[in-house]
Structures are given as structure tokens and as C-alpha cells.
Design a protein around this ligand. Sequence first.
Ligand SMILES: [Zn+2]
Ligand SMILES: [Zn+2]
Length: 449
Amino acid sequence: MQNDPGQVQGLNLVWAASARPSKRLSEEQKAQRKKKKETGTCPRCKKLKRVCEEYRANLYLPCVYCMTSKPKSITETCQLVANLLEIKFFRLGPPTDNSSHPLNFFRHRSNVFNVTNDPLAETLNIELTQDVGCSLHLKVSRFAADPNDKLAYEGNTRGVPYRLEMPPYCIGDIAAAERSIVQYMIQAKGSYFLQFLDKSNSLLRMTFDIICKRPMTSLVHKAMDIWAATRLIERTWKLCGTETFGIHPTNRDDDPWIGHVPVTPIMDQQLDQVVIQKILRPRRGILLRELKLRMYSDDLRKKNMFDIYLTLLILLNNAEMHLAGEREFALRYGFGGRYGPFGKYRDAQEQFHAARTMLGHFHYICRANDIFDMTPDYLSKHLALTTMEVQYLAWLKTYVKTEKVNMALIREQDQYETTGYWFHQMFDKQWKPGTGYIKEIVEKGAVVR
Ligand SMILES: [Zn+2]
Ligand SMILES: [Zn+2]
């Protein structure tokens, strides 16, 4: 409304439906928005204020942008959902979920470290071996056995039952045993590598050779400790000195301990637990913290690329050996399934998770796989590698080319326990984590449905 000179006197507003239809989300858009909420934004896209896609869609891969962007443009690192600090390389003890498990003897004891603290207990000095040319010296004490304690080994070898009664001896002084085992490990570590590293694999052989010739760095050193100590808990301890608890070894074919006397069942668990709790656990924590720091730091990443590569190669080979051990265990005790009881599958899954977490970080977080494309000149100038290390990487290039078809086949056929199944995946520039479940072994001739 206006008066004569054109001044506004008032407004007459009419509320009506807007000409523009309200923005209703389609089902597809709703689903997209929900997914976005779940997948979130990675730290790098947040910093760069850009749209982040597929973050958290896969535990072991970064977002779409960080997956494809060049390492030089890294200003803030993407962070994988799989946390490097939480991965496990070794079992924590005998499984407690299956009462029929052949190693599940001491579920009734909450702690196998304090079986006896009797200062007047009768003691014996024993000598143990795992056939690597070094021996472990221990003092063991006689203890008052609980009615539930397992004191004999019994079972069945090729249809013939066996029973081996053992006297009640245990490790009384755990701290002294720990000192002896650490001493033993320092002395025997190299022998474990020489004896159990798969020398039929030329890459492992050449890598071990190069590791021995360079100054030992903290990362590689700890990875080697973990590799060697894991063998300590996989292998059988045998008595090798004059003291054999009054038991004489037999040469019978049906005797599972043909030619030697084993440690008592409680000692077997105590030795495992000393290695796991006192040696493996603390080293794992320090190693993973150091590794994470080097992988996520712009300054340290490049300087440590070769070290990161060596460390991961040792740990990924450890995963293959662990899985091969689990498979052997299932076969030895006649369990169905690839790894036998559920507890063993859980251990195997931990190894899968650890290997994939390391590979995801190697390829897409620290991009240490760039080391395989660098020129000799660049490697010596910017990464301070020695001539020998540069030559090793040149040899590696040829090796990867020659082995390409074989490497792809091992992976395609899910040969998890074969040497190289995991560490070969460091050379695949298009690396993807693969399926999230363990595939069973299809027996030859079986029909796959
Ligand atoms: Zn992102
Ligand atoms: Zn990202």
C-alpha cells in the first residue's frame, strides 16, 4: 500500500507454498549421507578442507584421496583404522577355550609363575636344548602337585597308546630363569636364524646376509629378537645334560620323544610364559612405538625407509612361519580345519591382522615401497645407503621381476603358510588387503560347491 507521494504505509503479506519444492532426499542420497557419517573424514582431508571418500571403509586402506596422492604432497598423514600399536605377533599362551586341547593342562592354575616358593624344596640343575648348538641352564625345584596338575604325557602314536610319567619339577625362581633365557637368546639368536630361516628362498638369504653386514639398528634388532623368541615357544625343549629326572630315552618308533627326555608339562608352560611375558611382550611394545613414529613422521620416514623395509620383512616372514607352525600343529594332533581348535584360529587371525596392518602402513602411510624405484644415486645421497645396500636393492628389482608370476600364484592360491606369502606383498604397488576371512584348504579331488 502506498500513499500519494509514493511512501510505504504498510505491507500485506500472504503466506503461500514456495515455488521451489522442498529438498527431499532420495533413498540413495540418504544412504550416501549415512555412509559418509560412518566413514568420517581423515586427518589429512580435514586439514586440506576437502571431501573425504571411503575413509574407514577398509581397516587397512586410507581414504580415496590419500590412496592415490603422491608422497611429496603429504602435509598431514592419513591414519589407518587398524592401529599399528595394537597388533600381535605371537600367541599369549595355550588356548583356554577347548578343554580337549592337548596343551591345555593348567587351566586350574591362574598363574604358572608361582607354583612353589618353598626355599627348602629339593632342586636340580638341568640343561636344555632345542638342537641349535646352544644350551639353556636352569635350576628346577620339586613341588607339591595339585591333584589337577598334569604330571604325565599321554596320547596315541599311529594307534599305539603311550604314557610318560614325569616327576613333579617346576621352575621355582622365575626371575633367575628369565635371566638365563635372555642370556641364552643373546647367545643363540644367530643360530636360530641360521637353522630355521628358509634358506631355499634367495630373498631371505640375501636379506639376512645384508642385515648381518650392516650396523644393527634398534628397529631391526627388536624385529630379530621377536622372530627368534617366537621360535623358542614353537619348538620342543629337550633335556640334554646328565640330569634327566631318572628317565632314560627310548629308541622305539612309537615313542613321540624318541631319543630324548622332554621337560615336565608345567615347565613347558612356564618356559613359554617367561618368553612371552618377559621377552616378547616388552620388545613388541617398544618396536611398535618406534615403527609408528618412523612411519607417521615426515622427517623420519625417508631416512628410515630401508630399516622399515627390513623390519617388516622379518615380521612378515615371522607371520608365515607362525601360520605354518599352526598348520603343522593341527595335522600332528589330527584336528579338522586348517588350524585346528578355535583358539588357534584366533591366533591365526591375529597374524593376518598384524600382517595386513603392516602392509597397509608400508604401502599407503609411509610409502616405503618407493625405495624399490629409487635410483642408486638417490639411495646413496638421500637415504645414506652403503654401496652394498644399493647393490642389494638393484638385485631385489631383478628378483621381483623374475618371481612375479610365482608370487601372484602363492597369493591367488591362499598359501598363507608358504615362505613369501606375506613379505612378497611388499612388492605389489597395487596392494589390496584381500578377503577378511581365512580360507580352508580344499583337499585334492574334493568338490567345491
Ligand atoms: Zn581423506
Ligand atoms: Zn586420507
